[in-house]
Design a binder for this molecule. Structure first.
Ligand code: HEM
Length: 122
């Protein structure tokens, strides 16, 4: 089920984000701090919470919309921090990358809202 996939991916992303945070601290170079923050929060925390909801509420987690939502959130959770890092490392160039990443995350969150409202109403 998509909830389990989301939770498993989220802990992997969280571990990568934490190791990246340690690397920033060791090198005393905080250029990529916003990428680290978004990887941990969108790819780690939010992805885990949404996945947990799907696990706890199978009526929501077994829906096709939940599968689309979860897949989209995983994609956005990767593209957004990667895009932020790309822009930060290139003096603001490649701005389309974080813009696309954030659009994916917004659409995914909108879909989550639809799943949530639908499920909680029934
Ligand atoms: C092993 C765990 C972690 C380490 C070693 C770590 C390390 C760091 C470092 C070195 C910074 C930059 C601080 C500065 O700019 O002065 C930072 C910023 C930040 N971290 Fe972490 N972090 C960890 C886990 C997390 C987690 C789990 C989250 C969120 C769920 C998180 C969210 C943030 C945020 C929001 C910022 C501020 C980003 C910004 O100023 O643009 N971090 N972290």
């Amino acid at each position: 089920m998509i909830g389990s996939v989301m939770m498993r991916v989220s802990v992997v992303l969280l571990l990568i984000g934490m190791v990246a945070g340690m690397a920033m601290g060791i090198q005393q170079n905080f250029t990529l701090a916003p990428a680290h923050a978004h990887l941990n929060l969108v790819g780690g925390v939010l992805l885990f919470l949404f996945g947990l909801y799907y696990r706890l509420v199978p009526a929501a987690g077994n829906s096709t919309l939940a599968r689309i939502q979860g897949s989209l959130h995983i994609l956005g959770g990767l593209v957004l921090p990667a895009g932020i890092a790309l822009t930060l490392l290139n003096n603001g160039a490649y701005f389309a990358a974080p813009a696309i990443g954030s659009a994916i995350v917004v659409v995914a969150t909108l879909l989550f809202a639809v799943v949530l409202f639908r499920t909680e109403r029934t």
